[in-house]
Design a protein around this ligand. Structure first.
Ligand SMILES: NC(=O)c1ccc[n+]([C@@H]2O[C@H](COP(=O)([O-])OP(=O)(O)OC[C@H]3O[C@@H](n4cnc5c(N)ncnc54)[C@H](OP(=O)(O)O)[C@@H]3O)[C@@H](O)[C@H]2O)c1
Length: 224
């Protein structure tokens, strides 16, 4: 399958590495895919040049990744996601499944909080869906570290992948994708895309849990 991933950081690289290893044709899309961007260190992740060498996958511009992908993944920083998707091109996104793993975090005032334009009465996912009504948007994978996304077995206890979206069939596709590609077994379906408000706000809790436990290999399990 052809998979287009927007963003060149840890999430894009982790998902891209695993999906390439699983035999998919992965293309990462960034704003300016020139030699300097490929060489640049990426916030704790490898440079994209190293990533290409390791995976044999591709890095291109945002519109090329959007055209390439049968499934698309948003792994850009939340404050830049709508700009990234606009550059990718609405026509290239239309009708496709877009998995939104982004979080609209605001680090500008010390302890992170949610960007006001993407919180309280809305969410990043809802604003993406509004801006690109023809995309089949599913919010998923944003509630855990990039390492856990692709290897749920690294937490040896039951734990859940939260997801939400307006298109029921697209959510089922994402569940099957998460199970087949990474081994996810348990899901919390938060309903339509308003559920993304909870998924994105949960990041504030997640970051406190990370601080309190000292590990990013953590997740939650819904007990009823
Ligand atoms: N790190 C994690 O473990 C983790 C876990 C769950 C969710 N998330 C969320 O997943 C997303 C990606 O996280 P990350 O840690 O991999 O990377 P990141 O450092 O947050 O940034 C990823 C990419 O966003 C792109 N970007 C930023 N502003 C942009 C704009 N205005 N237009 C187009 N592209 C823009 C940059 O691409 P260029 O190369 O084009 O500059 C950058 O490579 C974030 O929303 C994050 O909150 C992260």
């Amino acid at each position: 399958m052809k998979i287009g991933i927007f963003g060149g950081g840890m999430v894009a690289q982790s998902l891209g590495t695993k999906l390439s290893a699983n035999g998919h044709e992965v293309m990462i899309g960034i704003r300016k895919p020139d030699a300097a961007a490929l060489d640049q260190p990426r916030n704790g992740a490898a440079s994209l040049k190293e990533w290409v060498t390791a995976t044999k996958a591709k890095v291109a511009g945002l519109p090329d990744a959007a055209r390439h992908g049968e499934i698309l993944i948003n792994a850009t920083s939340g404050g830049g996601s709508i700009e990234a998707l606009t550059t990718a091109g609405a026509a290239h996104l239309a009708g496709k499944l877009l998995i939104d793993a982004g979080n609209p975090l605001d680090f500008s005032r010390g302890a992170p909080w949610l960007l006001p334009e993407y919180s309280v009465t809305t969410s990043l996912a809802e604003e993406i869906q509004k801006a690109f009504p023809e995309v089949k948007l599913v919010k998923a994978f944003n509630t855990m570290s990039h390492a856990l996304m692709i290897n749920p077995a690294s937490v040896q206890a039951p734990h859940d992948l939260m997801l939400s979206g307006n298109d029921a069939a697209a959510k089922e596709t994402v569940k099957a994708f998460a199970t087949r590609e990474f081994g996810w077994q348990s899901f919390i379906d938060l309903g339509d895309l308003t559920g993304a408000r909870a998924q994105e706000a949960y990041l504030i809790v997640w970051m406190q849990l990370w601080k309190a436990t000292g590990t990013h290999l953590i997740n939650i399990h819904l007990a009823k």
